[in-house]
Design a protein around this ligand. Sequence first.
Ligand code: UN1
Length: 493
Amino acid sequence: MQLLNYIAGQWVPSRSGRTFRNLNPADTRDCVGEFPLSSAEDVALAVEAAAEAYRSWRLVPAPQRGEIVRRAGQLLRERKEELARAMVREMGKPLVEARGDVQEAIDTADYAASEGRRLFGYTTPSELPNKVNLSFRMPVGVCGIITAWNFPIAVPSWKIFPALVSGNTVVWKPSEDAPLCANLLAQILQEAGLPPGVFNVVHGDAEAGEALVRHPGVRLIAFTGSTAVGRRIATLCGELNKKCSLEMGGKNPLIVLPDADLDLALQGVLWGAFGTSGQRCTATSRLLLHRDIAEHFLERLCAATQQLRVGNGLEEGVNVGPIINARQLERIEHYVELGRRQGARLLVGGHRLTEGEYAHGYFFAPTIFADVTPEMTIFREEIFGPVLSVTLVDSLEHAIALANDSDYGLSSSIYTRDIVAAFRAIRDLEAGITYVNAPTIGAEAHMPFGGVKATGNGHREGGWTVFDIFTEWKTVYIDYSGRLQRAQIDVEQ
Ligand code: UN1
């Protein structure tokens, strides 16, 4: 199946005619489609269309812009099952999770649409008589959006819907591992009534991404992906003086104290570490387990991990789907090998699954390493796969110190029934998100989402905070005194 870019309201191939193939990670004999491998020329066409559309879109009243996004949310609702199934086919996560992904986009549409009737500014008194001070949120302009494949509908919608409601126009370069979902979302926005050029999709790899970042017509880049790529984008945006919002990696710790509900903690670790095959920026990748409960807890954890059903996400009862592609599978193998060599103790998994139903896909057994120390690579680097590192701790303080011994700071979690311990963790964990008695995954669309340290650059998507990314403040002074009033000078002291 040949699929196309979406530029200026038209479905078009790349100018060069180059394409790439997108394969089903659970069965690579199934080719999901052939997509345009776009170059700077295609990106330029999309940016021109977005710049042209911006001239009128920014003048459409925000509540009306919100109505179109609301309709997109409604269409997502109607097509939820179809989208979820397409998602499983293209990136592998189990069907229930794929439905959740679409639901997150629906929630985001509802929230963003309603923000069209708020987008509050401030009015404040002036220091001078007969003068008022106001401030408004203004759109930024053409926004370049670059996203990963692991939440192919939800995470793009976190950016695209608020960007549109705020009055921006968008050029989106989706991941080459989830291009079909991008086209389905584009169809939905088209059907919802978005004028041509307001939203554009350009498929491709790093070449198209870099062209988008560099294009002088693009005022803002919003990115979700690896820290390496995010740093490159930040450097370019720094040089080119562009606004940029980055959501990058994580190495998320989950602490279990002896007083916790251990059955609940066990379920939380399993879901946090192995949900989406660990391919979430919020995945639980470090378990900081109190020594007093370690032996029994680990025994049960290993048994439960071995019970997880790995397979094609469309099949009933599958808990863990495939890994996204061959490159990522090799990366996971490489980290497992490093874990072994550096002296971590492999408790379960640690290998690819290749026989029978796994023969044609990219499958990796859920893996747990114990005796992981902070010096080891698997304690420090984001693996983005079903690999959990376990480190024993002696106290809450020890756990928090280890949790914070990381370049990253996205999500974090503590299981305890002790309210004092919980509040200390909330205060002291260096992370954008802290869960109490819940795993590190599961952010809700109407709350700020993002991290500190190497995870982000100070922005928060989600809820009300995403509008700080996609708007610029305009400050307005209106003087109705009829005379020259000089601020700071003509003020009676
Ligand atoms: C991501 O992995 O990029 O909190 C986002 C969660 C999801 C979003 C993850 N709602 O795990």
